[in-house]
Design a protein around this ligand. Structure first.
Ligand code: ZN
Length: 162
């Protein structure tokens, strides 16, 4: 296992679209293990492959008592409700903002064993699913806030780096 480097805002890879994983190879299983370890060490709720520089449609989420949720080629097939809550991202250290998300989502994906599953989640896990799946299309949480708020957040991020 290995801790991977998390790409931070400004790295072009975060804006690219990831490709579906055609088959589940040992490399993909290794990547999932490393992503999970990286997420837990960084105390994140979720992590997507593009955040570690791999343009593949793979996400991991800390499912709390349910354990690790690792999804390959995840796709949101149903959304319900709306909720605004504070959100952060491992690619934006110490930046948080309220973001509007669906309160409940159903996601279709492949498991590490190649089984097709459909899961329905709400609360923090539903939020994490939407956030991580957005990453697979190069969409970041700051895209979901107003222009003025976004500028404030980006200035804060820039000032941190000085
Ligand atoms: Zn993120």
């Amino acid at each position: 296992m290995a801790i991977l480097e998390i790409k931070e805002y400004g790295e072009p890879v975060l804006r690219e679209k990831s490709l579906p994983a055609k088959e589940i190879t040992p490399e993909i299983l290794n990547l999932i293990r490393d992503m999970a370890e990286t997420m837990y060490v960084a105390s994140g709720v979720g992590l997507s492959a593009p955040q570690v520089g791999v343009l593949k449609r793979i996400i991991v989420i800390d499912g709390q008592e349910e354990g690790l949720i690792a999804l390959i080629n995840p796709k949101i097939v149903r959304r319900e409700g709306e909720v605004v809550e504070e959100e952060g991202c491992l690619s934006f250290p110490e930046i948080y903002s309220e973001v509007k998300r669906s309160s409940r989502v159903t996601v279709e994906a492949l498991t590490q064993k190649g089984e097709r599953i459909e899961i329905t989640k709400e609360g923090l896990i539903a939020r994490a699913l939407q956030h991580e799946i957005d990453h697979l299309d190069g969409i970041l949480f700051i895209d979901k806030v107003g222009r003025t708020k976004r500028q404030i957040l980006l200035n804060k991020l820039k000032n941190q780096k000085k």
